[in-house]
Design a protein around this ligand. Structure first.
Ligand code: DX5
Ligand code: ZN
Length: 221
């Protein structure tokens, strides 16, 4: 039987929070592999979103891994709280971590997988020194802060570049892509080497519902 070679991580940022548990169940039944939780502090990004209590509510709503994206200054102050709340992966921005090796070690010491991410304007070379120690690389394909933005095609060569770096340094690590993923852009990022796909609006705002949103993406892979 064909085994799929990708993971889908719906971002709950575009879910209806009055029905969050039900919407997560629908996504799980339709083939979600992980759930992506966007944490924003109003400083590193201009928006405010969720904290550890919401992560913990998600943990009680699903058995799937929780993929927590920390768009916050000084993430080290909160890693233990997100780990205790049930995060499986904690992904931090290179732009917020002056001692990235240390931050990644703190994440692993808490029993979580450690991810590194970079903004669209940050070069692949900036993260290269840390790739030997990461569990996941998240490439942002919009400027972080909001769901529903348009995919920035200039990140496509960067995905390819990071894939080649990882093939040399840490070949088992997968590249995740986040921002503006829709039925057209998902394939473009897959072709450059992305294998974990985050999508908020394409899933939770799909006019025919969550299952249709998920199928509209996965049928392109
Ligand atoms: C953006 C967040 C994304 C966002 C994606 O700052 O990191 O995870 O929820 O939303 P869409 O898929 O609508 O671009
Ligand atoms: Zn995100």
């Amino acid at each position: 039987m064909f085994k799929k070679d990708y993971l889908l991580s719906p971002s709950i940022l575009s879910a209806d929070f009055t029905q969050l548990g039900d919407q997560m169940k629908q996504a799980e039944d339709a083939g979600a592999d992980w759930f992506h939780i966007d944490v924003m502090d109003g400083h590193f990004v201009p928006n405010l979103s969720m904290g550890p209590a919401l992560v913990n509510a998600c943990q009680r709503a699903t058995d799937l891994p929780l993929d927590v994206h920390l768009m916050i200054e000084e993430p080290e102050r909160y890693l233990d709280k997100f780990a205790a709340a049930g995060a499986s992966t904690l992904t931090v921005h290179i732009e917020t971590c002056p001692d990235m090796d240390k931050t990644q070690e703190m994440i692993r010491d808490l029993g979580c997988k450690a991810g590194i991410t970079l903004n669209p304007g940050t070069s692949a070379e900036t993260i290269q020194p840390f790739l030997k120690n990461v569990d996941l690389v998240l490439v942002m394909s919009v400027n972080p802060g909001f769901s529903g933005q348009s995919f920035l095609p200039e990140v496509l060569p960067k995905i390819n570049r990071i894939r080649k770096m990882l093939d040399d340094i840490n070949p088992d690590v997968l590249i995740e892509v986040d921002g503006g993923i829709n039925p057209e852009t998902i394939r473009q990022t897959y072709d450059q080497g992305a294998r974990i796909f985050v999508a908020a609006s394409a899933i939770f705002k799909h006019p025919q519902g969550i299952r249709a949103g998920i199928e509209s993406l996965t049928e392109k892979l």
